[in-house]
Write a protein that binds this ligand. Structure first.
Ligand code: ADP
Ligand code: ADP
Length: 225
């Protein structure tokens, strides 16, 4: 079943059209790779799907309800309660420890601090980060930071995880490791994943791929309902 769908979505930044009638959907538990040239609108599509940006025209539907017309506070609640995000830059709070960063989505949902930190620590072993729980995130290597960001995106068991170049700054071995973790976690949790990537090896881990060109989805738009 489709969990998330964009219908004829358009959005311009001033005079610059970023999306021009983009339509696509993702199914429950599906890992979808979003490919396409730089500047084609992939990040903007992700931001519209994730309720970060509201399109100028068109519709976004999530779990059977239209979300692009929700007020900002309702969209913020949706992002907090149902979605997870892993972006390439600026996602960790450098002053917070590794375990606090991972626990953040749970704390924002109102979990008890001790419970949230326990769940966060559960991710560390699995990500080969055991022993780093109290380390400040600003002191991590790029590869470690990327795995921490992944854990933070998945810790609250989101319906949909949005990942924009999650392996972007990593060499291929570390990138493969991040993808393995993402795919395994998504499979175990039944999470849908919308994954922007330029890397064909990353896309090969997905169930399906779509192609964005000039603000439109030109290939593989829709899954069967
Ligand atoms: P990518 O091609 O990997 O999406 P970009 O360099 O195009 O990376 O964009 C990186 C970030 O900068 C995005 O969050 C995007 O919204 C923002 N951005 C891209 N183009 C512009 C622009 N012309 N003015 C302001 N922000 C931009
Ligand atoms: P992609 O992710 O495929 O690289 P983006 O969605 O980042 O593409 O950008 C699509 C178009 O919108 C590009 O022309 C980009 O420069 C422009 N753009 C993206 N974000 C912004 C922004 N915040 N301000 C102005 N222009 C932007």
């Amino acid at each position: 079943a489709r969990v998330l769908e964009a219908r004829e979505v358009s959005l311009s930044f001033g005079q610059t059209p970023a999306l021009r009638g983009a339509s696509m959907s993702v199914a429950t538990g599906e890992i979808l790779a979003v490919m396409g040239p730089s500047g084609s609108g992939k990040s903007t599509l992700l931001h519209c799907l994730g309720g970060i940006l509201a399109p100028d025209t068109g519709e976004i539907h999530f779990a059977g309800r239209r979300i692009d017309t929700l007020r900002e506070n309702a969209r913020a609640a949706l992002r907090r309660d149902r979605f997870g995000f892993v972006f390439q830059f600026g996602q960790l709070v450098p002053e917070l420890s590794v375990e606090e960063n991972i626990a953040l989505p749970l704390l924002l949902r109102g979990a008890r601090r001790s419970d949230a930190l326990n769940r966060a620590r559960g991710w560390l072993e699995r990500l080969d980060l055991a022993g780093l729980e109290r380390r400040r995130s600003g002191e991590l290597s790029g590869g470690q930071a990327q795995r921490v960001a992944l854990a933070r995106g998945l810790v609250a068991d989101p319906d949909v995880l949005f990942a924009d170049e999650p392996t972007g700054s990593l060499d291929s071995l570390a990138g493969e490791r991040v993808m393995d973790l993402l795919v395994t976690a998504a499979r175990e949790q039944g999470t849908s994943v919308v994954l922007v990537t330029h890397d064909p090896r990353v896309a090969a881990c997905a169930d399906r791929e779509i192609m964005v060109r000039d603000g439109r989805v030109t290939y593989g738009e829709l899954v069967a309902s």
